[in-house]
Design a protein around this ligand. Structure first.
Ligand SMILES: *[C@@H]1O[C@H](CO)[C@@H](O)[C@H](O)[C@H]1NC(C)=O
Ligand SMILES: *[C@@H]1O[C@H](CO)[C@@H](O)[C@H](O)[C@H]1NC(C)=O
Ligand SMILES: *[C@@H]1O[C@H](CO)[C@@H](O)[C@H](O)[C@H]1NC(C)=O
Ligand SMILES: *[C@@H]1O[C@H](CO)[C@@H](O)[C@H](O)[C@H]1NC(C)=O
Ligand SMILES: *[C@@H]1O[C@H](CO)[C@@H](O)[C@H](O)[C@H]1NC(C)=O
Ligand SMILES: *[C@@H]1O[C@H](CO)[C@@H](O)[C@H](O)[C@H]1NC(C)=O
Ligand SMILES: *[C@@H]1O[C@H](CO)[C@@H](O)[C@H](O)[C@H]1NC(C)=O
Ligand SMILES: *[C@@H]1O[C@H](CO)[C@@H](O)[C@H](O)[C@H]1NC(C)=O
Ligand SMILES: *[C@@H]1O[C@H](CO)[C@@H](O)[C@H](O)[C@H]1NC(C)=O
Ligand SMILES: *[C@@H]1O[C@H](CO)[C@@H](O)[C@H](O)[C@H]1NC(C)=O
Ligand SMILES: *[C@@H]1O[C@H](CO)[C@@H](O)[C@H](O)[C@H]1NC(C)=O
Length: 647
């Protein structure tokens, strides 16, 4: 075939071509977590208590499982970190011998924002992942392999859940899906359900009948159900590549995964907020809970305790399971945990389901019936009954005397990036890559609100001394481009006034959602995306993470490496290499303010025009001319990269 004939076709249709499933590797079916719910279905089950009954532990230390796992993980991250640091080649700096003496501790955090956050976050992770086809030895490849923690919240939590519920599959694998699988098939809205063989009218009906049947099993087994169960079940069909959305997959089963238990993956963490009984408002002083494969609980002084995730819904009382109290497993279903972190979408389900054709009447009745006991304002809660922290920390725990613990979307306190677990001094994180897909502005772009919330929270007693770097007001974010390109916060450790044993908080590398090659600012409540739109937004996230494969800043990977090293250099009193000093002068916010509101924020493409939701009919001649005006190397990269992947 002539190259010229190939060029426009490949470039214009690249997303579509690449959307074709790479196709069922015979192993693909095995790329899942473990369906270990003892009931074999969605219902939790009462089990014999182990000889040493599960209990609540005081949050004064890390979980012993996490401590043991970290010993393996820190070792496993060393080689990828050395490989990355050597590749970016910081002049005059011997990265290998340096990190062997003092190894930085890297965390990644993916914000909420529905499918937008899932897709944009996915683009970042694809860039950070050395397994992504064509991504070895370039950009920020290997950062994922060098990271210790990966936190997700709401839509970002869907991403993290999907990766780990599918045996740490890469973004590329998840995106490509598999024949006959509904994994990441966002063109079929979550309300309509997956496309199956046969008549589509029946599909929506049978999908919702299945969902309702699974939730009913939980109810029949004597466990309280809520809208979050329906939402979490529906999500699972798109996130977990197993029949019927893997009803028996638990979040705690991740701890038993091959790759995770050998510390070949980061530690996944999901975040939700506590809502005090008889209140509606979730303010910045709400208790922040985390779920990880080992434990669920909170570092905040209000709770300051953790239970084994695997035993959620056991009869904890005063931190122990009293005589006659039962042990339960299978409550921590993966989709339910993802749904708990994203209860904002309960309302989305409630208000949209009745407008969808062929949803059986009994399903609508079941869902609206759930609201009879609660009032409408309570539809956004995930109910944890019995409350694992019943009678625990009575003096400060708002739900100490309630059999029910209510959890809500982790972003309801405005901390829409899951930074909280990563700011805990006990975890000793040095740098957080914070991918923000929040819709703060009129046109669904972030303006730093999530960071300001985490900054403000440190002044409340609930923060118990955790610190956060100073960040400016929204207008400054916009006017200084801090929300349209990466920005570092808290670069100078000497600018923190530390008392006693306090140490400086992690350096925050802010990676805001911005239009590099696509308008990735789709509405939070847009339920469906064609494969092309999905791929464009993932690629835009990739372009953000790599600064357009270096076209915007060839030094960007070096600057990422410098951010990784920053806290360590201060800790060991090592002089900052000049390449890093240059990076810090360009990416660190230096305290300057420009607080003038200059009207609506309407960014234009940072790199080039791309296909977008709004512009899917973009004329091919315009596309072609903008592509042809590209430097040859980029066209070559597009062709190569495009054929390989993420175009
Ligand atoms: C998980 O993935 C790893 C590496 O890709 C593979 O070796 C292992 O067999 C997989 N496990 C399961 C249960 O699919
Ligand atoms: C949290 O803040 C609200 C006001 O936003 C206040 O009414 C409440 O007492 C505070 N709670 C705690 C525990 O500080
Ligand atoms: C606050 O955190 C410290 C550890 O930094 C812990 O020892 C202390 O118990 C915490 N206080 C409360 C009230 O949780
Ligand atoms: C255990 O929890 C269940 C569900 O909340 C409750 O019905 C039961 O009474 C509890 N049993 C004990 C012994 O606390
Ligand atoms: C779907 O839900 C969203 C969020 O609750 C709401 O804004 C929108 O109007 C709903 N759409 C329909 C068709 O009901
Ligand atoms: C905490 O409150 C529960 C009642 O909700 C009570 O049974 C228990 O004794 C209290 N614990 C302490 C240590 O006061
Ligand atoms: C920033 O975002 C918040 C919502 O998170 C919004 O209320 C505020 O108006 C925005 N400000 C600017 C200047 O964009
Ligand atoms: C601080 O940053 C602003 C804009 O980002 C720049 O104009 C200014 O020169 C910088 N100040 C110093 C002292 O580097
Ligand atoms: C240094 O700290 C002060 C006080 O918290 C703060 O106002 C300023 O913005 C900080 N500077 C930077 C660059 O973070
Ligand atoms: C996306 O942002 C652009 C401006 O940057 C705006 O014109 C467009 O309307 C926005 N789209 C949505 C869905 O908000
Ligand atoms: C960067 O590389 C990726 C993967 O090869 C490709 O999909 C993307 O289009 C490239 N971006 C630019 C701006 O060339």
């Amino acid at each position: 075939m002539h190259l010229l004939a190939l060029l426009p076709v490949t470039l214009l249709q690249a997303p579509l071509v690449l959307a074709e499933p790479v196709n069922s590797s015979p192993f693909y079916n095995e790329r899942r977590a473990i369906a270990n719910s003892p009931s074999g279905n969605y219902a939790p089950a009462i089990v014999n208590c182990p000889a040493v009954k599960p209990s609540v532990r005081v949050a004064g230390s890390l979980a012993s499982e996490e401590t043991a796992w970290l010993q393996l993980r820190r070792k496993a991250t060393l080689d990828p970190m050395i490989a990355f640091l050597k590749r970016v080649n910081i002049a005059g700096f011997d990265a290998e011998s340096y990190v062997k003496k003092d190894q930085p501790n890297i965390a990644l955090a993916v914000s909420g924002g529905g499918y937008r956050a899932l897709m944009n976050g996915a683009g970042f992770l694809a860039a950070a992942d050395s397994r992504t086809t064509g991504n070895t030895d370039q950009g920020i490849s290997g950062l994922l392999q060098a990271s210790t923690y990966l936190a997700g919240l709401s839509g970002g939590g869907w991403l993290v859940t999907s990766i780990f519920a599918n045996n740490f599959s890469s973004v590329e694998t998840l995106r490509n899906g598999r024949d006959g699988s509904s994994l990441w098939q966002f063109a079929n809205s979550i309300f309509v359900g997956p496309k199956q063989k046969g008549i589509s009218i029946l599909n929506t009906a049978s999908y919702w009948t299945d969902v309702a049947g699974q939730v009913e099993r939980k109810d029949d087994a004597g466990f309280q159900t809520s809208l979050t169960d329906y939402w979490g079940r529906a999500l699972s069909y798109q996130l977990i590549d197993a029949p019927d959305g893997g009803p028996a997959y638990t979040f705690s089963s991740i701890a038993q995964d091959d790759l995770f238990s050998k510390a070949q993956t980061p530690l996944p963490i999901l975040v939700a907020d506590g809502r005090a009984p008889n209140t509606k408002i979730v303010s910045l002083n709400a208790t922040v809970y985390e779920f990880n494969p080992f434990e669920m609980g909170s570092w905040d002084p209000s709770i300051f305790g953790f239970v084994p995730t695997k035993y959620l819904a056991s009869n904890f009382s005063g931190g122990v399971i009293p005589d006659g109290g039962r042990c339960v497993q299978g409550f921590d279903q993966a989709g339910y945990v993802a749904g708990t972190s994203s209860t904002l979408f309960n309302q989305f389900l409630l208000s949209n389901l009745s407008t969808v054709a062929n949803v059986p009447e009994f399903v609508i009745k079941a869902i609206t019936g759930l609201l009879k006991d609660l009032d409408e304002d309570n539809n956004d809660i995930a109910q944890y009954v019995p409350n694992p922290f019943l009678g625990w920390n009575n003096a400060t725990n708002p739900s100490a005397h309630d059999i029910e613990l209510d959890l809500v979307d982790g972003g309801e306190d405005l901390q829409n990036i899951p930074l909280h677990p990563l700011l805990q001094p006990i975890r000793k994180v040095d740098v957080i890559f914070a991918v923000d897909s929040s819709a703060d502005t009129t046109f669904n772009w972030p303006n730093g609100t999530a960071l300001r919330a985490s900054y403000d929270r440190q002044f409340s007693s609930i923060a118990n001394g955790t610190l956060f770097p100073p960040v400016p007001d929204a207008s400054t974010f916009i006017n200084l481009n801090l929300n349209s390109r990466p920005a570092f916060f808290g670069c100078d450790v000497k600018n923190f006034s530390l008392s006693g044993s306090q140490s400086a908080p992690p350096l925050v590398v802010y990676i805001p959602n911005a239009p590099y090659t696509a308008f990735s600012n789709v509405s939070t409540f847009d339920p469906s995306y064609t494969d092309a739109e999905r791929n464009d937004i993932i690629r835009n996230g990739f372009d953000s993470a790599t600064q357009g494969n270096g076209t915007l800043d060839a030094q960007w990977p070096t600057c990422v490496a410098c951010a990784v090293l920053s806290r360590s250099l201060a800790r060991t009193g090592t002089a900052v290499p000049s390449a890093c000093a240059d990076c810090f002068s360009r990416y660190c916010w230096n305290g300057t303010l420009d607080s003038v509101d200059k009207g609506p924020y309407k960014p234009t493409f940072k790199i080039r025009d791309g296909t977008t939701k709004a512009q899917s009919g973009a004329s091919s001649s315009r596309m072609l001319s903008s592509i042809l005006s590209f430097p040859l190397a980029v066209v070559a990269a597009l062709l190569g990269g495009g054929l390989l992947l993420l175009a």
